[in-house]
Write a new protein. Structure first.
Length: 452
């Protein structure tokens, strides 16, 4: 069997083109960054991308026994973490002119304390707090304790304003045996962290509580912060408990706004309805108002019960009340616009109803009944047709207003139609001869509110 000729264009293999062999792996544009005294940080470029290089701080690093192991420990710790809220380690190598370095992604942003100095909005501070909590929870899930959570070790990116936790130089795990002595930053360290070399996730929870105090998150977070700073055995047991408490606090706030809004919106609706009735003076509508007031009293009682249940929660959320009020004002404005729209639709509906009444020709025939008694049935059908027109007209408003508004417009039109129908019927009866008015069949077909 002959060997087939191999087509190299579709065969896998190593590239030997000189253009790939000439790619320079050296770091360029190396610039120093602020460090912490024990390490040196640099910003450097390679392959058209910026990186952060972390190395031992020269002679001081050499003087500290085993400091090279500390850098290796940080690298191993970072390589175990893959999370958007934590700085990413990309490798460890010997960089010319610097020495052994951990290669990390470069973060374009500001430290948390620098970001807070710009006085961001409360909602943004709470969002950043939640991102920090999520990142710490993930770190703990990997069996790692950071041991140095503080504002300078948290970056907020320039684009998108997202969290990146950095500097794992003091981080510890159960797998590492070296450099286990107490470590951290005094103002953020838990009391037990200063005395023991055993890592505990509750050390980071204490530091996170100190962090939240500086972020000025409002009274709603006061209970969460207080429990973060309790003695070790009374503190939150895990960051999962902390993040759940934060989420519960954020879910609670919209319900407080709804409870207050229900009272304001119902009061606004009653005010507008009262104004409307004062101008119409319709007795049937006044009866509807009494029914509405009864319903409103029940709704107020329900709102009062809901408010009583939320009173204690609102005491802890006083600083967020401004946001709630803004939502209430906006909702009330929307309600007023909706009611104004309904008022215009109702006026147009009544105008259309009166046109249909005139078009029915009923009123033009009332003066002829002394000679054409048989028209009674025809006029009754015409009057009923006007009532049916009212229903069809309201059904046609389906795309212009909601069901509740359509029901109120329907009620207004039918009240007007009923008043007109009774007036026409009474006028017809008075125009008939007395012997016709005493007719039994006629009496049986009269509406119940027409008296002969």
């Amino acid at each position: 069997m002959k060997n087939k000729e191999i087509d190299n264009s579709i065969t896998s293999g190593f590239l030997s083109d000189p253009i790939f062999d000439s790619i320079d792996r050296k770091f360029t544009c190396i610039e120093p960054l602020p460090g912490n005294g024990q390490t040196k940080l640099f910003k450097a470029k390679r392959f058209g991308r910026w990186y952060t290089l972390k190395s031992i701080a020269g002679e001081q690093g050499v003087a500290i026994a085993g400091y090279g192991q500390l850098l290796k420990k940080e690298f191993e710790t970072l390589m175990a973490i893959q999370h958007t809220g934590v700085v990413q380690a990309l490798g460890m190598e010997n960089v010319e002119g610097i020495g052994p370095c951990v290669i990390m992604e470069y973060i374009d942003g500001a430290t948390l304390d620098e970001w807070l100095s710009k006085e961001p909005a409360l909602k943004d501070r709470r969002r950043i707090c939640k991102e920090i909590a999520d990142a710490i929870e993930y770190i703990h899930s990997q069996g790692i304790v950071h041991r140095d959570i503080k504002p300078k070790n948290i970056m907020v990116t320039r684009i998108g304003e997202h969290v990146k936790i950095i500097d794992f130089g003091f981080a510890d795990t159960d797998q590492h045996a070296q450099l286990k002595q107490p470590a951290g930053t005094y103002n953020y360290m838990s009391p037990e962290q200063m005395q023991t070399n055993i890592p505990d996730v509750r050390n980071d929870i204490y530091s996170f509580g100190m962090l939240m105090k500086e972020m000025n998150l409002g009274r709603a977070y006061k209970t969460i912060i207080r429990k973060c700073l309790l003695p070790l055995d009374q503190r939150w047991k895990s960051m999962n408990e902390v993040t759940n408490a934060i989420e519960k606090t954020e879910r609670r706030r919209p319900w407080q706004a709804v409870a207050v809004a229900s009272i304001i919106l119902l009061a606004g609706a009653l005010t507008l309805q009262t104004w409307r009735l004062q101008h119409t003076g319709n007795s049937a509508s006044l009866a509807a108002l009494d029914s509405m007031r009864t319903e409103l009293d029940q709704q107020r009682q329900n709102s009062h019960n809901a408010m009583s249940a939320l009173t204690q929660q609102m005491k802890d959320s006083k600083t967020s009340l401004g946001d709630s009020i803004q939502h209430l004002v906006s909702a009330n404005e929307q309600l007023q616009e909706q009611l104004k729209k309904e008022e215009k639709l109702q006026q147009a509906a009544l105008v259309a109803l009166h046109k249909e009444m005139r078009r029915s020709g009923v009123e033009q025939h009332t003066d002829t009944l002394t000679r054409f008694e048989y028209r009674w049935k025809d006029l009754s059908l015409r009057i009923a047709a006007v009532g049916q027109y009212a229903h069809k007209y309201v059904d046609g408003l389906e795309n212009q207003c909601d069901r509740i508004s359509r029901d109120r417009i329907r009620e207004s039109m039918l009240n007007e139609w009923q008043s007109w129908s009774n007036e026409i019927s009474q006028r017809i009866i008075l125009l008939l001869p007395k012997d016709v008015r005493n007719d039994t069949i006629l009496r049986q077909n009269l509406p119940p509110d027409i008296k002969l």
